[in-house]
Design a protein around this ligand. Structure first.
Ligand SMILES: [Ca+2]
Length: 490
């Protein structure tokens, strides 16, 4: 039979189109989603990111080997609260009332009541959603008062912002009040007080601030308790809602201070309490993935593992332990330099995503929103996830159906801005903008007013090209201004 070559070509083109178009994953095929967010874990802690890491991380390494490891992934801020806002809403936090720093345990809700979150999005598409772990985004309406009243329902809060279930602590593990909250209620009254612990880096015991505490709360028990809750949620879901997919946002309280590894991990690494705590974090990751295996649901579960900012790791720690928690990157947590916000980012989805891949694709944690939206076939509204770009094509190895991120805004703990496009990174200011001294420097007459680095040639940000490349300075400054003024970068 003669076949018209034009028809053959047309059919071939059609099949190519089908293959290159990632259809939204529908109904019963939708994957479970487990998003594990470590707290202050550095780019150089997991072995898969740093062959010289002194901390064994076999479970995180296994996720990377079975999934995709991103080498140029960034948190939208170099500290906790704003990163969490950005991750959940797909929008940079500096657009909100919080312009620098973080919330504390008595802060009112930061996420605006009319704003969607990834949890609310997934709820709409049939998911059961849970947040377990550190919230750190405030409770109750800021219009109704300044301080959270823990005797009243903690609404707005996780359960009004898209989560069917919440179990966790209000803020960081070194911030009072020290109490577990289930849904919108503390599990125990805040009857006690605890004095501050100042033993931060030597002598163990960890660091926390003085304040209110519930009778049975023990800092050391926090991570194991949260882990049991996360495992329980997965088991309960499979037992009672097997026909629906679930979304678990598991926000670990570690390896943030206080560094309090439990017994099997004490002394397990040559990196002190911090290293032992990171080893415990890795074990927690392994417990979650083992549970997915045991229940036979790992194949169609999309697991994301990442961190909310870089490690709080001083030059003296590097010297003392010979371990680079932020790898070869400059700076640490809260800094505008790469050590502050470039983090491990691993995605594993055996059913659909590429396995064993490493990518230099530029992503921001705000991009999780648009990626999951594309996955379920949701079109973003104008006022939804304004700083979010889908990277679904990167997971599937397909042609992008949506614009790909070309630039990213960085933000330090003290509110210093930077913008990155291609190899160029422009920082609006001198100094680290964070924990590393000097935080801010005034320009000298005739000297640079900010910092410009070429990360392709100088990944450790050692050579400031601000004066040599005025065109790049001008172009990136304008782009950042546009992103700030327009209320969106998508
Ligand atoms: Ca953090």
């Amino acid at each position: 039979m003669q076949v018209n070559p034009a028809v053959t070509a047309l059919v071939a083109t059609f099949y190519c189109f089908l293959l290159s178009t990632p259809p939204a994953v529908r109904g019963a095929e939708r994957p479970n989603i487990v998003l594990i967010l470590a707290d202050d874990l550095g780019y150089g802690d997991p072995g898969c990111y740093n062959p010289d890491s002194k901390i064994p991380t076999p479970n995180i390494d296994r996720l990377a080997a079975e999934g995709i490891r991103f080498t140029d992934a960034h948190t939208p801020s170099a500290v906790c609260t704003p990163t969490r806002y950005g991750l959940l809403t797909g929008r940079y936090c500096w657009r909100t009332r919080l312009k620098r720093g973080v919330l504390i345990g008595s802060s009112r809700a930061l996420i605006e009541p009319d704003r969607s979150t990834i949890a609310a999005l997934l709820q709409k598409y049939g998911y059961r959603t849970a947040a377990i772990g550190k919230w750190h985004l405030g409770f109750q309406d800021p219009e109704q008062g300044r301080q959270v009243d823990y005797d009243l329902p903690l609404r707005p809060g996780p359960v009004t912002q898209g989560f069917d279930y919440f179990f966790g602590i209000p803020a960081s593990l070194d911030m009072e009040p020290y109490v577990f909250v289930r849904n919108d209620t503390p599990v125990e009254p805040l009857l006690g007080r605890i004095a501050a612990s100042k033993m931060r880096r030597r002598g163990g015991g960890g660091f926390w601030r003085a304040g209110r505490i519930s009778p049975s709360f023990r800092h050391e028990d926090c991570l194991p308790r949260l882990t049991r809750e996360a495992l329980w949620f997965i088991q309960d879901h499979q037992a009672n809602y097997p026909d629906r997919p679930f979304f678990l946002y598991f926000a670990l309280t570690a390896p943030h201070t206080p560094w309090m590894p439990i017994e099997p991990f004490r002394g397990a690494t040559p990196v002190g309490y911090y290293g032992d705590f990171v080893a415990q974090v890795d074990w927690v990751v392994g417990l979650i993935t083992a549970e997915l295996d045991r229940l036979g649901i790992a194949h169609n579960t999309l697991v994301i593992f990442t961190s909310d900012n870089g490690a709080h790791w001083l030059p003296s720690d590097i010297q003392r332990y010979g371990h680079r928690a932020n790898g070869p990157l400059r700076g640490q947590k809260a800094d505008i330099h790469e050590g502050g916000h470039r983090v491990p980012f691993i995605v594993r989805w055996p059913a659909r995503a590429r396995a064993g891949a490493v990518t230099g694709r530029l992503v921001c944690l705000t991009d999780v929103y648009a990626t999951l939206a594309e996955l379920v076939g949701h079109e973003l509204a104008e006022n939804e996830a304004e700083d979010s770009y889908s990277f679904l094509d990167e997971l599937l190895g397909s042609k992008p159906q949506q614009p790909v991120r070309s630039a990213i805004v960085h933000h330090s703990g003290s509110g210093m801005f930077a913008i990155r496009k291609g190899p160029w990174k422009l920082i609006l200011g001198l100094g680290s903008g964070g924990f590393t001294p000097p935080r801010r420097l005034e320009p000298t007459p005739g000297g640079p007013k900010g910092q410009l680095y070429n990360l392709a040639e100088d990944p450790a940000e050692t050579r400031n090209l601000w004066l040599e490349k005025p065109d790049v300075v001008s172009e990136l400054t304008q782009l950042l201004e546009r992103y700030r003024a327009s209320g969106r970068s998508r």
